[in-house]
Design a protein. Structure first.
Length: 203
């Protein structure tokens, strides 16, 4: 997905994974009307756009590819390997554990937890961190649009306990039989432990 990904990563793009071809051929002139996610209409996307693109496939197929197949995990590992260049610490993401989808007790939305160990390339600080990811299905209507909220926590990096990275993935019909994929992100400072520490100092 990034511009540095190179040919090996591009070969794993959804359009090459046997997903969209039939839809494109059969979809001319009778495709689905364009749709727009509610968060888009209400201006509730996150501040940074990580990805905005269109795939020649349906939202359902893109969703399944991104969230219910091994493709993304493989993509992340391959991408990591490419970034590692020839250095000795070119370690792949490893120890991936993933739960099944189940309804959240709070929101009733389907959620899933994933954790893995990710190597870090910084000259200072830890050489790796555990990553905890929660995927939550905010809205899922294959005929309209799909919104997924992903929260990533990295407890082993400095101040890792007080922030998380929120990522919103919105899939909607882009006209014809294609799907617009919009991924927006922002850092969320939960700050609980920091605020707690500060209040101790002030009191
Ligand atoms: Zn949206």
């Amino acid at each position: 997905m990034s511009s540095t990904s190179g040919d090996r990563t591009r070969s794993r793009a959804p359009s090459d994974a046997g997903v969209g071809t039939a839809m494109v051929v059969g979809g001319v002139g009778k495709g689905h009307a364009k749709t727009e996610c509610a968060c888009g209409k209400e201006g509730k996307h996150f501040s940074e756009t990580a990805l905005s693109t269109t795939f020649p496939s349906t939202p359902e197929k893109v969703y399944n590819l991104m969230f219910n197949s091994g493709w993304l995990k493989e993509f992340m590992s391959e991408d990591q390997k490419l970034k590692g260049e020839s250095s000795f610490d070119a370690v792949l993401i490893r120890d991936i554990e993933q739960s099944d989808w189940k309804p959240s007790e709070e929101t009733k939305n389907l959620t899933r937890g994933t954790s893995y160990i990710k190597p870090l390339n910084g000259s200072i600080g830890p050489k790796q961190t555990k990553c905890h990811i929660i995927d939550e299905q905010i809205h899922c209507d294959y005929d309209d649009y799909i919104v997924m909220l992903t929260t990533t926590r990295t407890p082993d990096v400095p101040s890792g306990g007080v922030f998380s990275v929120k990522t919103k993935t919105c899939l909607m019909w882009a006209g014809g039989s294609s799907t617009k994929v919009l991924v927006t992100t922002q850092v969320d400072w939960t700050g609980k432990s920091w605020v707690k520490g500060l209040s101790c100092v002030l009191i």
